[in-house]
Structure formats: C-alpha cells, structure tokens
Design a protein around this ligand. Structure first.
Ligand SMILES: NC(=O)c1ccc[n+]([C@@H]2O[C@H](COP(=O)([O-])OP(=O)(O)OC[C@H]3O[C@@H](n4cnc5c(N)ncnc54)[C@H](OP(=O)(O)O)[C@@H]3O)[C@@H](O)[C@H]2O)c1
Length: 314
C-alpha cells in the first residue's frame, strides 16, 4: 500500500510502498479515505516520542483519519465490516499511522462511528483538535459570562475552542491576524486581538480593563505564558497544550495553571459526534491535498499560518 513515512527520526517524510497492516485480535483494519494533519505529525517525525516508545521504521506518519472498516480481528464486537469510522490511528511501536491506504486501531481505542451526514474529509479533521478542545474546556471549567482568551484561535484546536467557549455563554476574545478576524467572529468570538500587531495584553486590557477569567493557549512558550497570565483575575485559570505553564508559580499568584496532555478516546469522539450532529461544532478545512503531497503539507504546517485544517485525501 502507499503510505507517507520516515525511515528514521529526523528524515524527510516521503511516499513509500509498505505492507498493509494485519488486524490483531480486538483490532479493526480501516481503509482510509481521508487523514487529518496536525502539528503532532511533523513533531513525531522529528522524534518527539523517541524517549517514550520504541518506534518501528519505516514509521508511517499521521494520527487522525476517517474511513471504512475493511476487516475485523478476532473478538471484535463493537464495530462491523463496512461501518464508517473516524479516530486516531498512530501506533509508533508498530510503525503504523493514518497517512496510508490502510491503518489499524483496537476497537476499544480512540475510534468511533462517524457523525451522521458528515463526509470523510471533515471527519478526518476532527479527532485530535476536537478532543483537545473539549479537554481544555473541561479542565478550565469555562462558564457562562466568563471572559476567556483563546491564544492560537485560528488553527485547528483554536477554532474548536472558540465555538465551544461561545456555546457555554463565555465572552470569547480570540487571537487572529487581520485577515482571520471575520472567520473567528463568525465562529462565536466576541472580540479579536491581533498577536502580530503590538502588545497582546494591552489589546485585551483595552476591552477588559479589570482582567479576564481564563486563558486557553495552544501556542505560547513559557516566557509568553508568564506575560499573558498577568491578564488573569484572582482565581483565574490558564490551560496550555504546549507545556508552557508552571502550576506552582501560578498557584503562588492565586491562579490555577494546567498543562494538558490529551488522551483521545471513543467516549470523547462520541461527544464530538453529538456536537457536530447538533450543528454546534463546525470544522473549517483550509485545504485538501492528495496523499503523495502530504510531505509538502507537513512542511507547510511546520512553517505556520494555519487557517483551518489540512486534510489528506487517501
Ligand atoms: N498537549 C496536547 O495534548 C496537544 C494536543 C493537541 C495539540 N497540541 C499542540 O497545540 C498546538 C496547536 O495545535 P493546532 O492543531 O491548533 O495547530 P495549528 O492548526 O497549526 O494552528 C496554530 C495556530 O496558532 C496561530 N499562532 C501561531 N503563533 C501565535 C501567537 N504567537 N499568538 C497567537 N496565535 C498564534 C497560528 O496562526 P498564525 O501563524 O497566523 O499566527 C495558527 O493558526 C500545537 O503545538 C500542537 O502540537 C497539543
């Protein structure tokens, strides 16, 4: 089968002909129709997981995907041949991932039936960004009337965060370059601040002079986080996906700081399916590319400037 893989950590991702994985007992084999691209994919290629798992090379990249159950392993009961599923398919130790014609996943792993009426390219864009946004919202405990700053609001996780926070009735302030301000407002942001146009804190304080209640941040490093945290009122919460928060230092300032490491699951995916079915969560696809062009798409995401999700048509 065709797949996008690396021959070692640090190598340039490339199209390869690799054997189709066989489903083991309890696993399903999925014929991939579309795969979703995340920053995690090029981070994995760089060696992000090298200390936590023994990888099999060539290592097929890609975590998110959507497709059709092609074969079920012994003992599989929840999912059947022919069902449309979406979820997370990366298994570094086995060298398998979603940027391939076929991928495997345990049926009790992070895989669920696709939302009704959703097409494969949209479903493939949901798993990592959607489960991350849901987890961040719950960790922060965002509530009606709170002022919430979303940092990184124009990317995959950020666009989902804006919608989920607005749905809770929060006052959402979203970071966006000028050309993306309209997009995040349509998703539910009440205000936008341009992170490329001067001091972020000053821009937020112009509208919220007495501070804000929560920061949901998917981009800042530790230094930037310390600065943005100054916007929080006593008792405020800062949630980061980039491990930029020092929880003890925040606690000493009367704040709560949390670094999230999201574990996608069938349960989280089912909750996303419900939100999508109810029209409460939309996915914005920035571009679709064929499988052979995935290496260029990975390089593009690394360069920054995401304006929605990139999806790979397998
Ligand atoms: N810990 C976890 O479990 C977990 C889970 C999921 C994701 N993540 C991480 O979370 C991060 C975001 O993921 P994603 O999928 O949303 O990425 P993405 O789709 O590539 O989007 C990132 C967005 O951030 C914006 N941005 C960059 N620098 C910014 C800044 N200084 N201020 C405000 N916005 C800025 C970018 O727009 P511009 O370039 O136009 O500014 C882009 O729209 C990645 O590092 C990913 O690895 C972690």
């Amino acid at each position: 089968m065709r797949a996008i893989a690396v021959s070692e950590y640090g190598a340039t991702p490339a199209p390869m002909n690799l054997p189709r994985p066989e489903p083991r007992p309890g696993e399903i084999l999925v014929k991939m129709i579309a795969a979703g691209l995340n920053p995690l994919d090029w981070k994995v290629a760089d060696g992000m997981l090298k200390d936590s798992a023994d990888a099999e090379f060539p290592l097929i990249l890609g975590r998110d995907g959507a497709g059709v159950v092609d074969e079920v392993g012994e003992g599989v009961t929840r999912l059947r041949h022919g069902e449309q599923v979406y979820g997370c398919f990366l298994d570094v130790e086995r060298g398998t991932g979603s940027f391939a014609e076929y991928a495997v996943v345990p049926e009790d792993g992070p895989v669920a039936r696709m939302p009704d009426g959703m097409i494969y390219t949209q479903a493939a864009a949901v798993p990592t960004a959607g489960t991350t946004a849901l987890t961040m919202m719950e960790t922060a405990g965002v509530a009606e009337g709170q002022a919430v700053l979303v940092v990184g609001a124009t990317g995959g996780v950020g666009q989902a965060l804006v919608q989920l926070a607005a749905r809770e009735g929060a006052k959402v302030i979203a970071t966006a370059r000028a050309d993306m301000a309209g997009t995040v407002r349509r998703l539910g942001a009440d205000e936008t601040v341009d992170h490329t146009a001067g001091d972020l804190n000053r821009q937020v304080l112009e509208v919220h002079s007495d501070g804000i209640d929560a920061v949901l941040d998917v981009v800042s490093d530790t230094g930037a986080t310390e600065g943005i945290a100054q916007l929080l009122r006593p008792g405020g919460v800062y949630v980061s996906t980039t491990w930029s928060v020092n929880p003890d230092a925040m606690e000493a300032q009367g704040l709560r700081g949390v670094n999230v490491e999201v574990e996608p699951s069938a349960e989280l995916l089912d909750r996303l399916s419900e939100l999508i079915d109810a029209g409460e969560l939309r996915v914005s696809i920035e571009r679709e590319v064929p499988l052979e062009d995935a290496p260029d798409a990975l390089a593009g995401n690394r360069a920054g400037g995401a304006r929605g999700k990139t999806v790979i048509r397998v």
